[in-house]
Ligand binder design. Structure first.
Ligand code: PBG
Ligand code: ZN
Length: 326
């Protein structure tokens, strides 16, 4: 028997053959584009820590979201910066809160042209800057749940398609599902930040969104990056609580956890490529040390290859532009 002449390079011979053989195909449809809306702002402000990302005034939101939709990106994730913070995070669930107003404007002007995902958290809205409410020197789980459910319902009332709890409070998915259903929003999707790690890669975001904690850190609620089994328990718990889409965050240094989730659970997976991941690429590109477009596609494809069904990324617009030109 003659040994077949195995030559894997046959499959890399020409551009068209390589296209035919592509196993993972990144598309603008895989992307979720974050936007930052700031209350009482008159014009766009460039984020110093996140070049290319702006803080938007309410009046610019519809135009910006429209330009995102035109790039064939199916969803945005809205973060709000209120002009007033208090110890209860009141402006996070006010019906005239900045996020609530932004969503209604988007809905009114763009209908269902884009899916609206909202961040459900308290850190931008509380004086302490923590993701939950503070009691004494602790972040109190159950009173935080109560407030988080109010935030989710107020966002659903304004027209959110998907709410995305990111506070890492125990029981947040169950509590929010219950309260949404009671309020008649059983069709609102929950995309939970299931395995959100305590990461130093969030710093540019905290500058951008004014959400840095005033005391302590987030180690009593966010996951330690040393504990993959614990991360899987968080995912498992969210599934048991009725989550629709889980999330692994950050993305690039956590590809193993994305792959592990893909293997263990039959649930849609989102990956959040965070501000620090964006900053690393941007800074190197601004120095001329890497090719920003190419590196971006490589990283996003790798995140998809690991098993993510969708990716929250600050590169959404630029990557979609590149992909649409291909
Ligand atoms: C807060 C929140 C953070 C991010 C998203 N929501 C910061 C934090 O938890 O400290 C970070 C996102 C990013 O870095 O891109 N709930
Ligand atoms: Zn938070």
């Amino acid at each position: 028997m003659s040994f077949p002449n195995l030559r894997l390079r046959r499959l890399r011979k020409t551009g068209k053959i390589r296209e035919l053989l592509e196993e993972v195909r990144l598309s603008p449809k895989d992307l979720i584009c974050p936007i930052f809306v700031q209350e009482n702002l008159n014009s766009r402000v460039q984020g110093e820590s996140m070049p290319g990302m702006d803080r938007l005034p309410l009046r610019d939101v519809v135009d910006e979201v429209n330009s995102i939709a035109e790039l064939k990106i199916p969803a945005i994730m809205v973060f709000g910066m209120p002009s007033r913070k208090d110890d209860k995070g009141t402006s996070a669930f006010a019906q005239d809160g900045i996020v609530q107003r932004a969503i209604s404007e988007i809905r009114k002007n763009l209908g269902n042209e884009i899916a609206v995902i909202t961040d459900v958290c308290l850190c931008q809205y509380t004086t302490a800057g923590h993701c939950g409410l503070v009691k004494g020197d602790k972040i109190d789980n159950d009173s935080s749940l109560e407030t988080l459910t109010k935030v989710a319902v107020s966002q659903a009332q304004s027209g959110a398609d998907v709410v995305s709890p990111s506070a890492m409070m125990d029981g947040q998915v169950k509590a929010i599902r219950q309260r949404l259903d009671d309020a008649g929003f059983s069709d609102v999707v929950i995309m939970s930040h299931s395995a959100k790690h305590r990461s130093s890669l969030y710093s540019p975001f905290k500058d951008m969104a004014h959400s840095a904690p005033k005391f302590g850190d987030r180690k009593t609620y966010q996951l330690p990056y040393t504990n993959p089994k614990e991360a899987m328990r968080e995912v498992e718990t969210d599934i048991a609580e009725g989550v629709d889409i889980v999330m692994i965050k950050p993305a690039l240094p956590y590809l193993d956890l994305i792959a592990m989730t893909r293997e263990k659970f039959n649930v849609p997976i989102s990956a959040y490529s965070v501000s620090g991941e964006y900053a690393l690429v941007k800074a190197a590109a601004m120095k001329g040390w890497i090719d920003e477009k190419e590196v971006t596609l490589e990283i996003l494809t790798a995140i998809k290859r690991a098993g993510a069904d969708m990716i929250v990324t600050y590169f959404s617009k630029s990557a979609a532009k590149t992909l649409n030109e291909k």
